[in-house]
Ligand binder design. Sequence first.
Ligand SMILES: C[S@@+](CC[C@H](N)C(=O)[O-])C[C@H]1O[C@@H](n2cnc3c(N)ncnc32)[C@H](O)[C@@H]1O
Length: 392
Amino acid sequence: MAFIRKWTRQNICESREGIEAFKMSDKIINMSLNAVCPYFTMFPLKFPYSILSHHANPGDWIIDPFCGRGTTNYAGRLLGLPSIGIDSSPVAVASSEAKLANVAPDAIIEAAEQILSEVKIAQDVPTGEFWDWAFDPSVLNTICRLREGLMRSCLLDSHKALRAILMGALHGPRGKIRQSYFSNQCQRTYAPKPRYAVKFWKSRELQPAFVDVLEIIGNRAHRYYQQLLPSCGGYILHGDSRAQETYLHLSDGPKIKWVLTSPPYYGMCTYLPDQWLRLWFVGGPSNVEYSTNGQLEHSSVAGFSDQLRKVWKNVGTICRPDARMIIRFGGINVRNVAPMTVLKESLKNSGWKIQTLKSAGFASEGRRQAVHFSKSSNNALEEYDVWAKWEG
Ligand SMILES: C[S@@+](CC[C@H](N)C(=O)[O-])C[C@H]1O[C@@H](n2cnc3c(N)ncnc32)[C@H](O)[C@@H]1O
């Protein structure tokens, strides 16, 4: 489907759900659960995993103040390390929470059945041309019943896992034999923009198919939660990492040794509208809102660096004296700014001192989604990994 981006997307390499494992030394690292819900601009699991597996000690705490879909948290979990994630997007939070859930597939399926037995009639079913074309009516009804049940309460791990599974299955390509998404033909990573999507479906006479929601949940529950993973401490916070209040109750907790993160690249400000359908599922509006609620502002380089500096200072307040911060950062070619100028500026007077700065390659390399979306490797800008130490 031709919802092609005009600009380069941040470094991504394992967005295709088919790629489920990578090899580190002799060990196969299972990354099925990391793909529970598509997200964009995440870094490859191998990036945080290899840093932590080489440098972290048992009991070290990790934080990612821009956790996105929780790649850092998942890497920590695979190594039995506790972690905290912060993100201002409810979709990111819901996806990251599922990475820490300790649950077996059957409990997820039971949770779905239980909700459907309790919420017999959906109170809030969105209407309009987009919804008529996007989902078969009875499928939409079942999705809405599950949505309402999860909006009432989503504290149990089985519910957190179910929510991420449903978000992941909400929209995506139609299968030739077996269906694994609820929607009419769509991209899985980006939410369809209603006007274009309806035009696309109408012009191809693509009616939404009936799919068995519970069967899709069951298949996905087994795919993502079959393997028992180490349980580790940690949690995900829905909040603005620029705001001191977000860290208030963290100051009494364990001190952080590793800050591993990738902030939005300068100019990348469409996290919420690009995920509007999954945002609706976790309680947002049933239309695209071009809001930047809680997201970094991208109006000037100086302003952007100032906001990042606030985040670096904030995380410093909950770090150990020997803490290390590793930031992956790059740029998009629609903003003609050298990424390292932005990042270095943000680290000035932040309490963090740069130790090393290394190229992480180009976003066009490998299977990164930059290529998938931009269709032109010329759009890819070089990415960097910056290591800094906390000096307070
Ligand atoms: C590049 S993505 C992080 C991806 C992550 N490394 C992963 O692998 O999934 C940046 C994230 O920053 C979040 N974000 C933007 N502004 C924020 C803010 N002020 N506070 C917290 N999170 C923010 C966005 O919602 C987005 O999920």
